[in-house]
Unconditional design. Structure first.
Length: 296
């Protein structure tokens, strides 16, 4: 029983729920995180989103079971390693979707439910088709991150700044390319010609690195333009202090890409970030700067 429970938790990819913390970003950047009513609504939206995401991960693993068995790390997942049967996984995915839907309908608003439905549809399409389309897969991954921010804004009933959407799109496009670049490096190491169920070839690694790093630094450019805009004056008493975030973010993006280029990145940048002390230090420093810029 303990082994089965552990396998189910692993299959749900609870560690990936960290991505859904993006739902709290609009509330935080609107300086309304202290509003307990709005915070509670976003928390319930986070739970609904997380169960939905776990359902999609399970569906994806069922679809990719054969390919994952050939992968050096993915073959250890519960479904390809047969710790969980395909039948059980199918039932689990349906149960997770039902739980997600019940939470969304009972405790969130209609606009959020709409974004959750779009997320479910797009991620399902990604699992079955979009992930096999070169470049479209990367754009889809980036848009799914931005979608989380939109969903969080709707759950809290706050307005999303166009600056935030632009910054997020470029930043998460960079991280999506980083994921593909890491997979391509692994492909080169194992002397395969194509990545499993992907359209990328070994020679595409340099392209993904150039495109990904460029998009990351464009995200920094968007942030610098935002700091120089009139919009920032409404939220921060000392907006010029936000400039100190720029070197931290530049370091973080360069750090991720250099680590991957050296072959030391996990095939999922999110997992790497969760375990990376430097990422936490950059995040903490950025939060401190934002608080400093908000002081009277």
């Amino acid at each position: 029983m303990t082994v089965m429970f552990s396998s189910v938790i692993k299959q749900m990819r609870v560690h990936q729920w960290v991505k859904n913390l993006l739902l709290f970003v609009p509330l935080g950047l609107a300086h309304r995180i202290q509003n307990l009513d709005e915070l509670g609504r976003v928390f319930l939206a986070f739970v609904a989103f997380s169960f939905c995401a776990s359902a999609i991960y399970t569906i994806n693993d069922v679809v990719d079971a054969d390919a994952d068995r050939q992968h050096p790390t993915k073959r250890n997942r519960p479904i390809p390693s047969e710790k969980i049967s395909i039948t059980f996984a199918s039932v689990l995915s349906v149960l997770l979707i039902v739980i997600s839907g019940v939470i969304a309908v009972a405790w969130t608003n209609v606009d959020f439910i709409g974004w959750l439905a779009i997320y479910f549809v797009v991620t399902t399409l990604y699992s079955f088709w979009l992930k096999k389309q070169v470049l479209v897969d990367v754009i889809t991954l980036a848009l799914l991150y931005v979608l989380r921010i939109e969903a969080g804004a709707e759950a809290a009933s706050v307005t999303v700044s166009p600056w935030l959407l632009a910054f997020s799109l470029f930043l998460f496009s960079s991280l999506a390319f980083l994921k593909r670049y890491t997979e391509l490096l692994l492909t080169v190491e194992t002397e395969q010609t194509h990545t499993a169920r992907r359209g990328y070839e070994r020679g595409d690694a340099d392209f993904t690195m150039v495109a990904g790093t460029a998009l990351g630094f464009i995200a920094i450019l968007v942030l610098t333009l935002y700091i120089s805009s009139a919009d920032v004056q409404k939220l921060y008493n000392h907006p010029y202090r936000l400039w100190y975030i720029i070197p931290f973010l530049t370091y973080w993006i360069a750090h991720l890409w250099l680590t991957s280029h050296r072959g030391k990145m996990h095939d999922d940048p999110i997992l790497f970030t969760i375990k990376d002390l430097r990422s936490y230090l950059v995040m903490a420093a950025s939060i401190v700067v934002m608080i400093w810029a908000s002081l009277p």
